[in-house]
Structure formats: structure tokens, C-alpha cells
Design a binder for this molecule. Structure first.
Ligand code: G4P
Length: 293
């Protein structure tokens, strides 16, 4: 199956991001814990050069916690500070504040030496679409936070959310784009439902998912659907349709419906917490240097 990308406003987004990044001290990048490689934009390395860096592996509730830990180790070796979070859960986000400050330790010390005391560090959330940026900002900032800037009488500019005396957050996240040229990336984003495009045929995607699951998670289809795992993915989807009563006119299996059902189960973690990518897949690391390298 071929995934076609439409970069659209990429250049405009990149320019906006460059402008915003000049104003901040630390880039907090959200990736999807199930597909950190595919949900990470490699251009952020050059865009965020010289800034402190934090990676949050979001949607940890849907990923395999052992694999997420491997990813954290992987990124920490590259010089990032990391945390696995569920942006829907405020509880999880308590540590993010101290992580941001830790990432900016050097800057705070430098400021102090220059006699600048208690200047809050400024942070910005970035990530590709659907990774959870808005959810994160809402949960993290909450209602009690004071918004600064863009008030009547105040010079028009960026809106900052004052989280506490030490940290301010830019209230609009930076939207990054995925790695357009990589077909595997397209497939993985489609598996988790991040590309919602009618051009992506659900039957084809369902067949790809069956192949992935049979290779990487042997037995999972058998366990959840009581169907035999066979080499021919079409046969498997056929069996799944029959097993789940996806039958159309003429009493033939409705593969579209079966594929939709499988994808929906997978995307909602009903097949379990499954990480699609691991740092040892081999691809990871090829295009990413990280702030420590
Ligand atoms: P974005 O700004 O980066 O584009 O992403 P957004 O916050 O809109 O989040 C995309 C979807 O991911 C939302 O679901 C959101 O609730 C969900 N989400 C964000 N963080 C987490 C997380 O840590 N765990 C889980 N399980 N889901 C998360 P939605 O279905 O589009 O909307 P809704 O269910 O919130 O109505």
C-alpha cells in the first residue's frame, strides 16, 4: 500500500516555528509512545539548535511500558531529558515542571551570574498532528494559570501561560510534520489513526496490520478473535469477518467492515498495549543526532 503525503503549508509552518523558537529556552517535544520514530520530526534538531530539549513520550497508556522505557534510555543517551506521560492525566504531568527546570539548569545559572534572578524559563510544546499537544497544554496548564500578553493595552504578541514563578509556556503549540518520504512512517501513522484520509483504503491497511501483528505479536489475533493465524492475510481477514459477523448481501464476508473493526480495536488498545516501534528496529537513530551529539 502506498502512502501519499501532501505537505501543504509546511514551509509556512516551518517559518512560524523558527520565529517562535527564538523566544524560548526549552523545546518540549511530544512523540507518540507507540511510534516514537515515526512521530518525531527530524528537522526539529536543526530548528531547536542551542535550546534545551525535553521529549515526552505521550499516550503511554496505549504503549508497552517496557518498550517505552527502552525509548527513554535511547533518547537519554542522546542527551534529552525524557518522561513517559498520559496527557489526559494531570497526575502524570506533575513531574514535567521540574523536568523543564532541570533542562534549563545551565541557563538559570548563567542568568544568576549576570544578576538576573527569578526570570522564568520559557517553554514551547511541539509535535506532529494528533500526538496530544492540545490535550497536554490543557491538562498541564489547567484553569488556574494566568495568561499574559495580548491583553488590551499590552503590546500585541505571543500569549504565554504562566505555570508558576519559574516556568512560562507558549500557549500555542508548534506543529511539526512527519517524515514525508518514508512509507513505513505513513503506515505506522495510519495504524494508530493519525492519518485520516479516505485515500487510505481500510482493507489494505487492515491487511498490513494483520501482517505486522502476525510477525511481531504472534498469537494476538488468535487470542482476541479466535481465528487461526495464516500466511495469507486476506484469508485471515476473511476469517475475522466471518467470526465477527461482518457479512454483506449475498452472504459473503464484508472485508471493509472487518478491517475497520480490527483497526478500531487496535487504535483503542483493545488488543492490548502495543508498541509498533522499538529502538532496536534498526531504522531509528539514522537521522537523529540529538542535543548531546
Ligand atoms: P494535537 O493537539 O497534537 O493535534 O492532539 P490532541 O491534543 O488533539 O489529541 C489527539 C487525540 O489523542 C485526542 O483524542 C486526545 O484525547 C488523545 N490523547 C492525547 N493524549 C493522550 C494520552 O496520553 N492517552 C490517550 N489514550 N489519548 C490521548 P480524540 O479521540 O481526537 O478526541 P477525544 O477522545 O479527546 O475527544
Amino acid at each position: 500500500m502506498h502512502f501519499q503525503w501532501y505537505p501543504g503549508h509546511m514551509t509556512k509552518a516551518k517559518r512560524a516555528m523558527q520565529e517562535d523558537i527564538r523566544l524560548i529556552d526549552v523545546v518540549v517535544e511530544l512523540v507518540d509512545a507507540r511510534i516514537p520514530y515515526s512521530s518525531k520530526n527530524p528537522d526539529i534538531e536543526s530548528l531547536a539548535q542551542g535550546k534545551s530539549r525535553v521529549i515526552l513520550l505521550n499516550k503511554k497508556d496505549m504503549a508497552d511500558s517496557n518498550v517505552t522505557k527502552q525509548w527513554q534510555d535511547y533518547y537519554e543517551k542522546k542527551g534529552y531529558l525524557t518522561l513517559a506521560v498520559n496527557a489526559r492525566q494531570k497526575q502524570d504531568l506533575k513531574q514535567v515542571n521540574s523536568l523543564i527546570q532541570k533542562a534549563c539548569e545551565e541557563k538559570i545559572l548563567r542568568d544568576r551570574k549576570r544578576g538576573i534572578i527569578n526570570r522564568p524559563v520559557r517553554a514551547m510544546i511541539v509535535g506532529i498532528p494528533n500526538v496530544g499537544k492540545s490535550t497536554f497544554i490543557n491538562s498541564f496548564a489547567g484553569k488556574s494559570c494566568v495568561k499574559t500578553g495580548n491583553k488590551p493595552g499590552v503590546t500585541k504578541g505571543k500569549q504565554w501561560i504562566r505555570l508558576n514563578k519559574q516556568v512560562e509556556l507558549l500557549d500555542t503549540p508548534g506543529i511539526l510534520w512527519p517524515k514525508f518520504e518514508d512509507q513505513k512512517v505513513g503506515q505506522h501513522l495510519a495504524f494508530i489513526g493519525s492519518i485520516r484520509d479516505e485515500r487510505i483504503q481500510s482493507v489494505d491497511l487492515g491487511l498490513d496490520l494483520i501482517e505486522f501483528l502476525e510477525k511481531e505479536h504472534v498469537g494476538i489475533l488468535e487470542k482476541h478473535y479466535q481465528i487461526e493465524e495464516k500466511e495469507d492475510s486476506v484469508e485471515v481477514l476473511n476469517d475475522l469477518a466471518i467470526r465477527r459477523g461482518c457479512i454483506q448481501k449475498g452472504q459473503t464476508p464484508n472485508l471493509d467492515k472487518a478491517a475497520f473493526l480490527l483497526l478500531d480495536d487496535f487504535r483503542n488498545a483493545r488488543l492490548g498495549k502495543i508498541s509498533i516501534e522499538t529502538p532496536s528496529d534498526g531504522k531509528e537513530g539514522q537521522d537523529e543526532t540529538g542535543p548531546g551529539n
